[in-house]
Design a protein around this ligand. Structure first.
Ligand code: PHE
Length: 453
């Protein structure tokens, strides 16, 4: 058996190759594909955003997933440990710390939204959402998220679940929860997208999503948003895929895994778009409604279909499960680091870090209630601002460093061998992208968004 040793303790490993791919997919597929994709695409004008997003996946995302898997499997360590052990000291380790910081920030608001999803699931479970509430679904959303005690309760429950699963460890907790639920979510999404197309808003919705508004291409904010979304959705730039790769043995083939994760994740996002936007137009909702978009649109869809209550129940259950598997992967980044660095047990690390992240998330939750109207970046509220800094800045910055690290500080032969590409054309293309294309693209998008280019 292939057991890597650290501090004389055998390190955990995935039970199987499918287990690893499913876990990486479970990390990638989450609220990012449905909740965040639709709200950011809606705010960024649709088609042009989608096109730039797809380009970012292709020329930045996939090569960086490969880089993260490669780093993780090679070092068999958490994100900070990976940079420390694979470089001879130096500044690379700060990339690891950046990743851990991003993990704290992202999970803090991710858990707030996931809590809402859980609440919506319960509303379907007890039947309250089977008919529209008196104030309408939109009104309900505003009053529910505005109530501090409600929002915080669900936020807490969700975080508690995440902590418990991470405490159970790699195999039992993370791997198992991904195996059954993900394929189910995919099937339901296909069915709902098909249904949404019959709603009457199909032409408008599809043209919003697939016909680029060419003027949007000159808006640097759209590029930044699309790049941030690509990183967020693929769980990239903060070491999630490094950490998951570190539980892999040397027997696995990385490129296939990277392509499947990216392909599946992108497929989920596009399907979610096809589900949401026709309905957005059919129900006369503003596509740029922000983080509440899916919470206002989806229940309206379910209310209109036969057996919609059951469909809503299934949908929010599966979405909550997808959110859970992503949240687990975020907490795992920080937990793996604290376990090694301070020699904490898994249980202690999960409890302490999870609690801190819960507390950091409270202001994001308050931003929809008592602290509504507080804006931090532009006219973004607290949650959107934390999301903006973490997803649009820290993740791409982390990705930039990861690309440079493998591209420039590793020997070519090592990088090709460790990635399983070997000396193939595609391997050399991969390295070329990591060395030049991805870093330059990320830098250009950064510079243009601060008006320097
Ligand atoms: N990719 C996850 C999603 O789409 C979120 C995530 C971001 C997970 C960053 C890990 C790291 O929901």
């Amino acid at each position: 058996m292939n057991v890597a040793l650290h501090n004389n303790k055998p390190r955990e490993q995935w039970a199987s190759r499918t287990g690893f791919i499913l876990a990486a997919m479970g990390s990638a597929v989450g609220l990012g594909n449905i909740w965040r994709f639709s709200y950011v695409a809606g705010e960024s004008g649709g088609g042009a955003f989608l096109l730039i997003y797809l380009l970012c996946i292709l020329i930045i995302g996939i090569p960086i997933i490969m880089a993260e898997f490669t780093i993780g499997r090679r070092s068999q360590q958490d994100v900070v440990g990976s940079f420390e052990s694979l470089s001879s000291g130096g500044a690379w380790r700060y990339a690891g710390l950046l990743g851990v910081t991003a993990a704290f920030m992202i999970l803090s608001f991710y858990a707030v939204i996931s809590g809402w999803i859980m609440h919506y699931f319960i509303q379907y479970l007890n039947g309250s959402f089977w008919t529209a509430p008196a104030e309408g679904y939109e009104g309900y959303f505003v009053s529910f998220t505005g109530s501090f005690t409600q929002s915080i309760l669900w936020h807490f429950l969700f975080m508690a679940l995440v902590i418990i699963i991470v405490m159970l460890g790699v195999k039992k907790g993370i791997e198992l929860s991904n195996k059954i639920l993900m394929p189910l979510l995919g099937v339901l999404l296909i069915v709902l997208a098909g249904y949404s197309l019959t709603l009457g808003g199909a032409a408008e919705g599809l043209s919003f999503l697939f016909t680029p508004d060419w003027s949007a291409f000159s808006d640097p904010a759209v590029y930044l948003a699309a790049m941030g979304q690509a990183f967020f959705s693929l769980s990239l730039g903060m070491g999630t895929m490094i950490t998951y790769g570190s539980y892999l043995s040397k027997k696995e083939q990385l490129p296939g895994a990277a392509f499947s994760v990216a392909g599946l994740d992108t497929g989920f996002a596009i399907l979610a778009g096809v589900m949401i936007f026709p309905a957005v137009f059919a129900f006369g909702i503003d596509p740029s409604s922000g983080p509440g978009l899916v919470f206002m649109v989806l229940p309206d869809i379910f209310n209109n279909i036969a057996a919609g209550g059951i469909v809503g129940l299934g949908f929010f259950f599966l979405l909550a499960a997808a959110a859970l598997s992503s949240a687990i992967s975020i907490l795992e980044v920080a937990v793996a680091f604290f376990m090694r660095k301070f020699d904490w047990s898994r249980i202690r690390a999960a409890l302490v870090i999870g609690t801190i992240i819960f507390l950091i998330g409270i202001p994001s939750s308050l931003g929809f209630g008592p602290w509504a109207g507080v804006t931090i970046i532009g006219d973004n509220g607290i949650l959107d601002s934390i999301d903006f800094i973490a997803s649009n800045i820290l993740l791409p910055l982390g990705g930039l460093i990861i690309a440079l690290f493998v591209g420039w500080s590793w020997k070519t032969v090592d990088a090709l061998r460790e990635s399983d590409f070997g000396q193939t054309t595609i391997g050399y293309i991969w390295l070329f992208i990591l060395r030049f294309i991805a870093p330059i693209a990320i830098l250009l998008i950064f510079l243009s968004s601060i008006g320097l280019f």
